[in-house]
Structures are given as C-alpha cells and as structure tokens.
Write a protein of this length. Structure first.
Length: 380
C-alpha cells in the first residue's frame, strides 16, 4: 500500500519536481514500503537463497532502514516551518550524512565475513565479527539519532500549533521514541556479546514486539494532520445540518418563485455542499415570506417573550420565529401577493442556527397560538 501511494504521487512529483516536501514524502513512502518488504522473515530467507550470498539481506535491510530514517528526518525538516535557507542547509546535511552512511554499510559488509546465515539473530550473532560489528552499530546509531531528533522536533513543534496537526505530532513523537527504544535494546544485546554475556532474547523476542505499535502510531501521526481538517469540516457541517433541521422542516415547502433548487441527494453530496445549498434555500424561503411578515406580530411576540423571562437577544429570535410561522400560514391561505405588503422584514439577515433552535421551542408555538398574536397577525 505504501508503494502504491508512492506510485500515485509520481505524476505530482514530476509536475512539482522542485517541491522538497513532496520529494521527502515520496522518499519516505518508498523507503518505508521497501522496508516492509525486505524486513519480512520470508523475504530475508528468499533474498539470501536467491543471491547465494549468506546474509546479504542484512545490509539490504540495514540500508533501507537507514534510508527510511533519513527520509523521516528529511520530511520533518521540510514540513516544519523555518527560514528557507535553514531548511535547505539541514536538508543537504541530512541527505549527505545518511547517503554516506548507506555507502559505509555496504563497504563494511563486503569487508567482513558472515558465513553462517542468521535471519533472526544477525545483530547478536555477528556482534564481535570485525567490520560486521561496525556495520551493526552504525545502522543502529544512525536510526536512533534520526528517530530521537525527529521525536524532539515533533514535540517542540507541537507546542506551536493546534488542532489535528498538534495531535499528529504528539502521536509521532512517542512513535519515534519507540524506535529509539528498539535501537537501544539491540545495542544492549550487542554490547552484552562484547562483554561475554548473552542477551540475545532482546533481539529475536523483545524488539520485534515494538515494530507494530511504532508502525501504527507512525501511520496515525501522518494521517491525522492530512485528514483531520477535512473530517472536522465534515463534522461541523453535519452538526449544523442537524441544528438547521427544525427550520428546514418548517420552511422547505415554502413557495419561492424565481429561486432554483437543484436536487442534492444527501447520500452522494458532501455535507459542506449540502449545508451551503440548504442555507441558500432557507434564505430564499425567508425572502419569499418577507411580504407576509407583520412587524406588529413580531412586536407582540417579543413583549410576550420578555414577560416570560427571556433576555433581549433570545426574545428577539423567538419573536422572529413566531412572526415567520404566522407569515408561513398567511402565505398558505393567501392565493396571491398580500394586499398590503408595504411592511418588509429587512432588519438584518437572520442567524439561522438560533432561529432554528427557536422553531423547535414549545414557547414559539405557544406564542403563535396565543390570541394576542393572532390579532396582531390580522392587524391593519
């Protein structure tokens, strides 16, 4: 899947070949995908048998791990806001350092001797072999330093941002620390071999259990900042649609001559688009009811709401809702334009959310059915 996503990014990378952040993201996807393939036990065995070179999979996995570490650090450096000159310097240093490290791993492997195939215990088994021990320590230190630096950068950056980006960074920081623990445990097993002790269980039984949480947290840390704003926007739109439901049910049958309402099925329309269309339709309905809106009815509703203990703002919204309901009934019973439409409800564009809440309130219905409002509705 990682390689598939990387392949999908190739056209964008061709179009934006000078975008360092996109290049770093593609490099991370490529190295992570290759690492998932090469580090699998079956892949290690197959690669060793296919090439006929004992333990050739070890430098391949270590080089891919180092490339992934460098790509991770490179992505964080280019992702984090900083002066362009500083970002370019850090990027060059990162590419140079980890590129040279990969070359050093290859040179050390060819200089050493690994005759016995060790698909699971390579680090501990060859911890005392000349050149191979240096290769093992080099890749563990390179990965550990990159992950520690990336964790520190993520945590420091998370203090400066908010929302889904902060959440993603706060998840990435411990994910990278888990990999640091992975490297530290492997180095501990290697150092134990140097002193004549045996802690091989750290290599083949303990550290493999850290891979899954590190991968899951790492994936979540990158996914949340990318999808978080879109999910939050969708959630806000759905919530507002739910809040507007009482007003929509009350006004959706209002005749709005001249207004065009395109059918938007909710199951295939994005909630944000549906929200915009619904707000437009509601404003069209309110505009169509304007000639039927009687300020006297609103004034009577306002005074009654105030007498019931509502504050000024809440009473004003309640009065608007009561006047609109009366205007709706008058539009339904009047075959044509009202004989006297000189009064227009042009105070301000109403805030639809509080207005919709008022429509769901039993207070509005009591006011509408009250005798004083019925008289006000027929006031000349």
């Amino acid at each position: 899947m990682l390689l598939f996503v990387c392949g999908m990014k190739i056209p964008a990378m061709i179009r934006r070949r000078h975008d360092p952040l996109l290049r770093a993201a593609c490099l991370l996807l490529l190295s992570a995908g290759c690492l998932m393939i090469f580090a699998a036990p079956d892949s290690i065995t197959t690669l060793n048998q296919f090439t006929g070179i004992p333990n050739l999979a070890a430098p391949v996995v270590y080089a891919t791990t180092t490339a992934f570490s460098g790509a991770t650090l490179l992505l964080i450096v280019n992702w984090r806001p900083a002066p362009p000159g500083q970002t370019q310097r850090w990027s060059r240093m990162c590419v140079t350092a980890y590129g040279c490290t990969i070359l050093a791993l290859a040179a050390l492997f060819w200089a050493g001797n690994t005759p016995v195939t060790q698909p699971a215990l390579f680090d501990a088994y060859y911890a005392t072999t000349p050149y191979i021990r240096e290769m093992i320590v080099t890749y563990l230190l390179a990965q550990g330093l990159a992950m520690a630096a990336a964790s520190a950068l993520c945590w420091r950056w998370s203090k400066e941002v908010h929302g889904s980006l902060r959440a993603g960074l706060r998840i990435l920081a411990p994910a990278y620390l888990i990999i640091v623990c992975y490297d530290a445990l492997r180095l501990t097993a290697v150092a134990a071999r140097w002193t004549g002790h045996n802690l091989d269980f750290l290599v083949d039984r303990v550290t493999p259990t850290l891979a899954a949480p590190a991968c899951i947290l790492g994936a979540l840390g990158f996914v949340i900042p990318l999808t978080g704003p879109r999910i939050a926007e969708t959630a806000r739109a759905v919530h507002q649609l739910w809040q507007l439901a009482p007003l929509w049910h009350a006004l959706q049958e209002i005749s709005t001559p001249g207004a065009i309402r395109a059918p938007l099925p909710w199951w295939r329309t994005h909630p944000a688009v549906l929200l915009t269309a619904r707000k437009t339709a509601l404003y069209d309905s309110l505009l169509a009811l304007t000639p039927y809106c009687d300020p006297a009815a609103r004034e009577a509703a306002y005074h009654q709401a105030r007498q019931q203990g509502d504050d000024e703002d809440h009473a004003a919204v309640t009065a608007d809702a009561a006047m609109i309901l009366i205007a709706r009934e008058q539009q339904r019973t009047t075959p044509g334009p009202p004989p006297d439409a000189t009064h227009s409800w042009i105070r301000r564009p109403p805030d639809l959310i509080p207005l919709s809440r008022s429509f769901a309130s039993p207070v509005v219905r009591e006011l509408v059915h009250g005798s004083s409002l019925q008289k006000a509705a027929h006031h000349d």
